[in-house]
Design a protein around this ligand. Structure first.
Ligand code: NAD
Length: 506
């Protein structure tokens, strides 16, 4: 064996979770998990074989037989324990996440925390999965509903929130009585695996949660597998549309939360300092790799004169590795993401937008190989430009100008995406007009990234979403259960039967 092969063999491998066991894949297809600040290979992730994928689904199918009948209190207590374990291991989880994904440690803790909130919500399942009952819908007849689990459900998740988004999915699916097969992003599966280990430690029984790894083939197998009843997907619009079509065709319930282009409207009466801080944080935080990042700012009227101060704030953000104290903007997740974002900036310049702040090639001492792009601002952006039409998913803000609130609203409503939006103003009337007229699923009023807490659901709309029910919150209880309506009558022993009734009445 060569020295090089020896080194590669020393790199840890990411395991599969099948039937309650962490197993080494037998596949021949592997991919490196790479630290985006250093290019160090942290682990190798397998692309599971068809046999391994089928074994994961089979184990979930078998576990469903008993899990579906497990008492509410037993299910709830597992999630109570799970939330405690996540809290106790928060620092370790954040460190793994930063190493493989790049975001700052504080932001990584935020990623875990927003998922933890869903776990806490799942622990309240006793109050969430309630049916309805109507007494005496006819003489001596009652009608009630049962919200029953579907069976094996599956989740496919993106790279940008490798803790939060898996936690949007399996806790609620499992708490409602389903079993689960999760396929995390192959770019950063390590923190997801640590969360799966903690779920086992919390008492999730063997087979109830399974984790497989892979890319397009694994996803297609999930879409086609006859024993999988529902699929939750979060990721790009291109892949989400494919998953929605393919899995729906196979008769499954599907929900796909997809790409975005989120606009902020800045009215000249807004609190300037707060607004510019919020804008810079929401555009460049996590290196712009958030589906709710504000990537377009529409400056209305006199607010257009705020551009130099916005650029100043952006320029002051510190670009560095996520582990370094004081970092505001970490690296992009991969070399190919770096190439794509750099290419789009080049394209913006070529198509005539004004590059107010060029974040390319920032100096990051000690991390020369990192995928760093600093905060970048274009002004004079028009709807025809590629930088406006495409989701850049990097620290690039497109600034546009409008003469009125209505002109800005019209621009947003004409964009195909409907994930998130925000307005900054001191006028209640303007904010209310915006809230009424805007055709976007999640609206912030002086709140830059309005991701709903778990008693509500995530509600992206239009081009950012396929399927009618969102993840977590009330909507996902509907998504992960089948409503069964029971209409019942009990005869008294002494009741005398009437004649045969051939009408439709009860
Ligand atoms: P992606 O679509 O490339 O990957 C998502 C998942 O699909 C991964 O598990 C990946 O392995 C799989 N996949 C990739 N290519 C595939 C193919 N050809 N066929 C089948 N499966 C495939 O997304 P990403 O780059 O990991 O994540 C970024 C995207 O996710 C952005 O567009 C972002 O807006 C979106 N996102 C949306 C939300 C939301 O709630 N709307 C949240 C987070 C991220």
């Amino acid at each position: 064996m060569t020295a090089q092969a020896n080194t590669r063999n020393a790199i840890p491998t990411v395991k599969l979770l099948i039937g309650g066991e962490l197993v080494e894949s037998t596949t021949r297809e592997w991919r490196d998990v790479v630290n985006p600040a250093t290019q160090e290979v942290l682990a190798r992730v397998p692309f599971a074989t068809v046999e391994e994928m089928n074994a994961a689904v089979a184990s979930a199918k078998e576990a469903f037989k008993t899990w579906r009948k497990t008492p509410i209190g037993t299910r709830a207590r597992i999630f109570l324990k799970y939330q405690q374990l996540i809290r106790e291991n928060m620092k370790e989880l954040a460190a793994i996440l930063t190493a493989e994904q790049g975001k700052t440690l504080a932001d990584a803790e935020g990623d875990v925390f927003r998922g933890l909130e869903v776990v806490e919500h799942a622990a309240g399942i006793g109050n969430l999965q309630l049916g309805e009952l109507a007494n005496n819908v006819a003489g001596g007849v009652d009608t009630y509903t049962l919200l029953q689990p579907l069976g094996v459900c599956a989740g496919i998740t993106p790279f940008n929130f490798p803790a939060m988004i898996p936690l949007w999915m399996f806790p609620m699916a499992i708490a409602t009585g389903n079993t689960f097969v999760l396929k995390p992003s192959e770019q950063d599966p390590m923190v997801t695996m640590r969360l799966a280990e903690l779920a086992l430690e919390a008492g999730i029984p063997a087979g109830v949660l399974n984790v497989v790894h892979g890319g397009a083939e694994a996803v297609n197998l999930i879409c086609d597998h006859p024993d999988i009843k529902a699929v939750s997907f979060v990721g790009s619009t291109r892949v989400g549309t494919h998953v929605y079509n393919r899995a729906s065709q196979a008769g499954k319930r599907v929900q796909c939360m997809m790409g975005a282009k989120n606009h902020a409207i800045i009215l000249p009466d807004a609190n300037k300092e707060q607004t510019l801080n919020n804008l810079a944080g929401a555009a460049f935080g996590a290196a712009g790799q958030r589906c709710m990042a504000l990537s377009v700012a529409i400056l209305v009227g006199e607010a257009q004169s705020w551009l130099p101060e916005l650029a100043e704030k952006a320029r002051s953000l510190k670009v560095n590795a996520g582990v370094e104290p004081g970092t505001d903007v970490g690296p992009l997740v991969s070399c190919s993401a770096f190439e794509r974002v750099s290419g789009l900036i080049e394209r913006g310049v070529g198509e005539g937008a004004e590059l107010v702040l060029d974040g390319r090639n920032p100096e990051v001492p000690g991390y020369a190989k990192g995928n760093f792009v600093g905060p970048t601002i274009f002004s004079g952006v028009t709807p025809e430009m590629t930088i406006y039409k495409e989701e850049i998913f990097g620290p690039v803000l497109c600034v546009m100008a409008a003469d009125s609130l209505d002109e800005a609203i019209e621009l947003i409503n004409a964009n195909p995406n409907g994930n998130g939006t925000a307005i900054f103003t001191r006028s209640g009337a303007a904010a209310r007009h915006f809230q009424e007229e805007i055709d976007v699923g999640q609206v912030g009023i002086n709140v830059p990234i309005p991701v709903p807490v778990p008693m509500f659901s995530f509600t992206g709309s239009r081009g950012s979403k396929l399927g009618d029910l969102g993840p977590y919150g009330k909507q996902v209880v509907q998504f992960y259960t089948q409503t069964k309506t029971v209409t019942e009558r009990w005869f008294d022993e002494n009741e005398v039967g009437g004649p045969v009734n051939t009408t439709i009445n009860l």
